[in-house]
Design a protein around this ligand. Structure first.
Ligand SMILES: Cc1ncc(COP(=O)(O)O)c(C=O)c1O
Length: 386
């Protein structure tokens, strides 16, 4: 087996790009904000809105206070309310179901594909037919999460949603920078939300997010709802219920710096993922990326039947790893009342997935060690089975 690397291995490395970009660049940007005093939604936020809209190839980007608010704001713009059904994945972080539920809508949980880990379009269609048959809820929206950075099956999801009069919101919190059949994240679904939480592919140093749309009216609604429902003409007239969901200028300044190395980082993430794909034993099932798509590899996640044993073994050997997500959303306490459907693949994934180190600055020595250590586990299991 390869020797343990001299430096500790990180699952994410939220600080590495500080050195690459140069601390003085961040400090200068912070000094500029201290000088102009526009701390909330200042000029850095407007610059970031413009740069991200151009990067995604959409007309409008509105930065906001978190990835969760970036999901709530589009649903508010679509008028999501009690009595509406919003179709969501259960094998994901809680935010998408939460965004629907906090507006009083009913989250309808949809199963995931066992190979892509994303929303299963066939089960989406089944869930829609069940809701229609029951006749109690209004079909309103679908939230498609690009889990671990891997784009969801948008052609199918959008075809099914649109045929049923629903809009599709893409949750690109883990996938900003991914590509779906030539389109960049932000421009694929009817609207898109992303997060700049520190562990995300494009990140800030606290909380932040952004919403993307090509629609002028949706853009206007988001701008208003982000600041208490304020009228653009009269700032003392709040014309709808809203939130305090602005981005602060310091976080925007961080994302602006991170954008300067973002493309390079995506290339590095992909190189690491390709090494894992080809060099890790077939004992570990790899996440399938759809044809003509590119994952942003927010996480690199395999699945295997001995997940808990593998996790303990990797930790013992100094390799950090994490089970994302060990508890599907529909089984969590606050969501139990919406646990109405059978979701076998989602439940199986929650018991078998394991995320292993993935960040653009993972060095060759660490990668050799991770791959050899994991393959030794697989070889041991296979020889016992033979
Ligand atoms: C898939 C997904 N959606 C939404 C969010 C919410 O983002 P935030 O933490 O910025 O609110 C996250 C964050 O972890 C996420 O992973």
């Amino acid at each position: 087996m390869t020797n343990k690397p001299s430096k500790p291995i990180n699952l994410f490395d939220v600080q590495a790009s500080q050195k690459i970009i140069g601390q003085e660049k961040f400090l200068n940007a912070f000094q500029t904000i201290l000088n102009h005093g526009g701390y909330a939604q200042g000029p850095e936020c407007r610059e970031l809105d413009a740069k991200l809209a151009a990067y995604s190839g959409v007309k409008f980007c509105n930065t906001c206070s978190s990835g969760t608010d970036a999901l709530i704001l589009p649903l508010m713009a679509w008028g999501v309310k009690p009595g509406d059904a919003v179709f969501v994945s259960s094998f994901t972080f809680v935010a998408s179901a939460e965004a629907a539920a906090i507006l009083g809508a009913t989250p309808i949980f949809v199963d995931s594909c066992e190979d892509t880990y994303n929303m299963d379009p066939k089960d989406l269609e089944k869930a829609i037919n069940e809701v229609k048959k029951e006749g109690k809820l209004n079909l309103k929206a679908v939230i498609a999460v690009d889990i671990f950075g891997n784009p969801a099956d948008y052609d199918e999801i959008m075809r099914i949603a649109h045929a049923n009069g629903m809009k599709v919101l893409s949750d690109a919190a883990q996938s900003y920078g991914s590509k779906y059949k030539g389109k960049t994240s932000g421009s694929i679904a009817d609207m898109t939300a992303t997060s700049f939480y520190p562990t995300k592919p494009l990140a800030c140093y606290g909380d932040g997010g952004a919403c993307f749309t090509n629609s002028e009216s949706e853009d206007a609604m988001i701008k208003s709802s982000r600041v208490h429902g304020m009228s653009p003409e009269d700032h003392y007239d709040n014309v709808r219920l809203g939130l305090t969901a602005r981005m602060d200028s310091f976080q925007a300044a961080v994302v602006l710096q991170k954008l300067t190395v973002f493309e390079k980082e995506l290339v590095e993430r992909e190189k690491i993922a390709k090494r894992y794909d080809t060099e890790l034993s077939s004992y570990f099932r790899k996440q399938r990326v759809l044809d003509n798509c590119k994952s942003a590899y927010g996480l690199y996640t395999i699945n295997c039947d001995d997940r808990d044993e593998l996790m303990a073994y990797l930790k013992e050997n100094g390799i950090p790893c994490g089970a994302y997500y060990p508890r599907p959303v529909h089984t969590q306490t606050a969501y139990a009342k919406w646990n109405t459907r059978s979701l076998p693949d989602c439940e199986k994934l929650s018991k078998t997935v394991l995320s292993i180190p993935m960040h653009p600055y993972l060095d060759t020595e660490s990668m050799d060690y991770i791959i050899n250590t994991m393959n030794a586990f697989a070889a041991n299991k296979s020889s016992k089975a033979a």
